[in-house]
Design a protein around this ligand. Structure first.
Ligand code: SF4
Length: 390
């Protein structure tokens, strides 16, 4: 068990799975995830990745998402800032012309009223990612940079530390949906490594297209129990909208609809943009870091003998050596996101005295937790080409 934390809850397993992915993706390439003293991962594949959690579509949300990115494309993407570009902004940015042009002549009809396009143009201008000027009462636009093709592959991971038959019965239809839709290039199930010669998860009734990863959340060592198939993301997807119950008396057929490849591509990019913005350390946003019992505790990976400094801002701590996990002093363990809410019976607001320095703008320890995680998320993103030159 990692120091000070219990990795049994699914929530903690999920955070450990995200950290493993950040250090060691893709699976099967390297067992050593401790990295060197510069925090550089030991995995041989140097394709940059972005890891996020709890993202997807209206119908399907994945536990962990790994974006495999084009290195140059990811640096170019950084020019557009750390916040996501939503579909309205993408419509403007992707079609913005090289030379000054009236926006209605430059952009394809959006399929919705032009006033929303004007709002997106003003927002892009405010964010400094588009140039605008007025010619009489007409708004002209000009692009600052070409929006890059930065996402190469999207990989979805479901975290099921205790993958028994009943968990597989719930998970199976979800994975079948993923395989039929082929929105992600690969789907995986990450489950707790048992150390048995054949991982028990292999005996469960799951689609053969899904990979199975046996992960030890304490040591962050992982083995591929089953490799996934690459899904046809460029072909029409099949969305399963209704399933028969499957009982003896139910002979009805499943209902489904086809999904156009262009719609899939737009959804994939929207997911990627949200993943870029949120990362996986945003868990604190749905918890109560302003509770006096909340703390982020640095957990040293078992393979490392270097003690991290939990008060240090250094991104190297988490990149190579330790991970900050939410911990509840009242419960004396890692709490789940569901537990850590205003309705928690042990919740107590942090005392005003803690917030005196810089309060209320800078806040107290709760605010500091957010800042610390945000700094670590940013440390994982490459600088834009402009920043690198400075
Ligand atoms: S679980 Fe409850 S007591 Fe613990 S930090 Fe969260 S809100 Fe506070």
């Amino acid at each position: 068990m990692i120091s000070g934390g219990d990795t049994r809850p699914e929530f903690v397993f999920e955070l450990r799975s995200c950290r493993w992915a950040e250090l060691a993706w893709p699976p099967g390439e390297s067992e050593d995830v401790t990295g060197d003293e510069t925090g550089k991962p030991a995995a041989t594949n140097q394709r940059p990745i972005v890891v996020a959690r709890q993202l997807g579509t209206k119908r399907r949300r994945w536990d962990t998402i790994v974006l495999e990115c084009d290195p140059d494309g990811l640096r170019e993407r950084a020019r557009f800032g750390p916040d996501r570009l939503d579909s309205d902004l993408l419509h403007v940015i992707q079609h913005a012309p090289e030379a000054w042009t009236y926006y209605r002549d430059a952009l394809p009809h959006p399929g919705y009223p032009w006033r929303y396009v004007r709002e997106a143009i003003h927002e892009a201008d405010d964010r400094g990612i588009l140039e605008t000027r007025r010619d009489g009462n007409r708004i002209q636009i000009r692009r600052k940079w070409v929006y890059p093709d930065w996402v190469e592959r999207i990989v979805a991971i479901e975290n099921k530390p205790d993958l028994d038959a009943s968990a597989a019965r719930v998970l199976g239809p979800q994975l079948e949906y993923d395989v039929a839709m082929a929105l992600a290039d690969e789907v995986w199930v990450a489950t707790r490594k048992t150390g048995e010669r054949i991982e028990p998860a292999l005996f469960e009734d799951l689609p053969v297209e899904a990979g199975i990863l046996a992960l030890d959340p304490d040591t962050l060592s992982a083995e591929v129990a089953w490799y996934p198939r690459t899904l046809a993301v460029d072909e029409p997807g099949t969305r399963i909208t209704e399933r028969p119950d499957g009982g003896d008396r139910d002979a009805s057929a499943a209902r489904f609809e086809y999904v156009d490849p262009d719609e899939k591509a737009a959804t994939r990019l929207a997911i990627a943009e949200r993943a870029y913005e949120r990362g996986w350390r945003s868990f604190v946003e749905t918890m109560r870091p302003d509770c006096r019992h909340f703390e982020l505790r640095a957990h040293v990976d078992s393979d490392s003998d270097i003690e991290p400094d939990p008060n240090s801002d250094s991104s190297k701590n988490e990149r190579g050596l330790s991970q900050l996990l939410p911990t509840c002093r009242a419960k004396e363990r890692c709490q789940t996101a569901a537990e850590c809410s205003g309705s928690c019976p042990d919740f107590e607001p942090e005392p005003p005295l803690w917030r005196q320095r810089g309060w209320p703008i800078e806040g107290g320890p709760g605010r500091r937790c957010r800042v610390l995680l945000e700094e670590r998320r940013r440390a994982r993103r490459p600088d834009s080409p402009d920043e690198s030159r400075e």
